[in-house]
Design a protein around this ligand. Structure first.
Ligand SMILES: [Zn+2]
Length: 281
């Protein structure tokens, strides 16, 4: 069983739900670091010979369309992180649909090919957004990786299904790849992305990854370009969020290199092509 590595391609100021998060109208005036950081991430992938899934924020793709084409040219899967990076549960169903559709059409226009996967900002699909999956199908997506099957800051959808599964909606089926958790002392825990990956020592991440793969589930790792850029500007936020947002930045690049070395890495597109329907719950 391989691990699926994903990167949410957004800038250093796209941290959600903190006091200093700038509004979309201000993004154009901020010093962007996503281009240099994403290229460094692509170089890490090239050095290890791995192909991953890149969930592009539509706003980033509109500003740097050549990064979308470069990711595809270097063998990676291009997928969608929505357009405006608003929490799912802060949008109406119609607003969410428009944002998800706009991002897919923009990415497909840049790429000249289909975009099948979606990941929502901050894994913010919750029990309060039951319309989420049907709207994604209507917006033209085949699979999603937005469900975080444990409690977390903004979002989380507790459930008993940890592996990939199919969701039937009134508009058709959607394949769900929840963010990977594994139970520790009876509670689902994530070790595989963002602040969790930055916080925990690599030996623990490796042990938990082996455990999940041995259970026959793919591990889904996730990272952001800003996380391999320890010197990026900081947003104003309280101490708790500051810790979660900025802990362990110096060690992240080394951890990603070791993940690429230690595990067979693939993208969602290749995983679906290799495994067909056999992996679903
Ligand atoms: Zn994001």
């Amino acid at each position: 069983m391989p691990a699926i590595f994903t990167v949410d391609v957004e800038d250093w100021f796209h941290i959600l739900g903190v006091a200093g998060t700038p509004a979309l109208e201000e993004w154009d005036r901020l010093p962007s670091r996503v281009e240099a950081n994403f290229r460094r991430f692509l170089d890490l992938g090239d050095a290890a010979g791995v192909q991953v899934t890149c969930f592009f924020l539509g706003w980033v793709a509109a500003r740097f369309p050549y990064l979308v084409r470069e990711a595809a040219a270097r063998g990676h899967e291009v997928a969608s992180h929505g357009y405006g990076h608003r929490l799912v549960y802060e949008q109406s169903p119609a607003e969410f649909y428009e944002d998800a559709l706009k991002a897919r059409l923009l990415l497909e226009d840049i790429l000249g090919g289909p975009v099948k996967g979606y990941r929502g900002p901050g894994f913010s699909v919750t029990k309060d957004t039951p319309w989420f999956f049907e709207k994604l199908v209507r917006a033209g997506y085949e699979y999603d990786s937005s469900v975080f099957p444990a409690a977390r800051g903004h979002g989380g959808l507790r459930g008993d299904r940890y592996g990939p599964y199919q969701i039937e909606t009134s508009s058709g089926p959607l394949l769900e790849f929840p963010i990977t958790v594994t139970e520790v002392w009876g509670r689902p825990r994530c070790f595989f992305g963002g602040g969790y990956l930055r916080l925990f020592p690599y030996t623990l991440v490796r042990r938990m990854t082996r455990r999940v793969l041995q259970e026959g589930r793919p591990v889904i790792f996730y990272a952001h370009p800003r996380e391999i850029d320890p010197d990026h500007p900081r947003l104003a936020m309280n101490l708790h969020r500051r810790f979660k947002s900025y802990v362990g930045l110096r060690g992240m690049e080394g951890k990603i290199r070791r993940i690429f070395q230690d595990f067979p890495i693939t993208s969602f597109a290749r995983f679906r092509a290799d495994f067909g329907d056999s992996f679903k719950d």
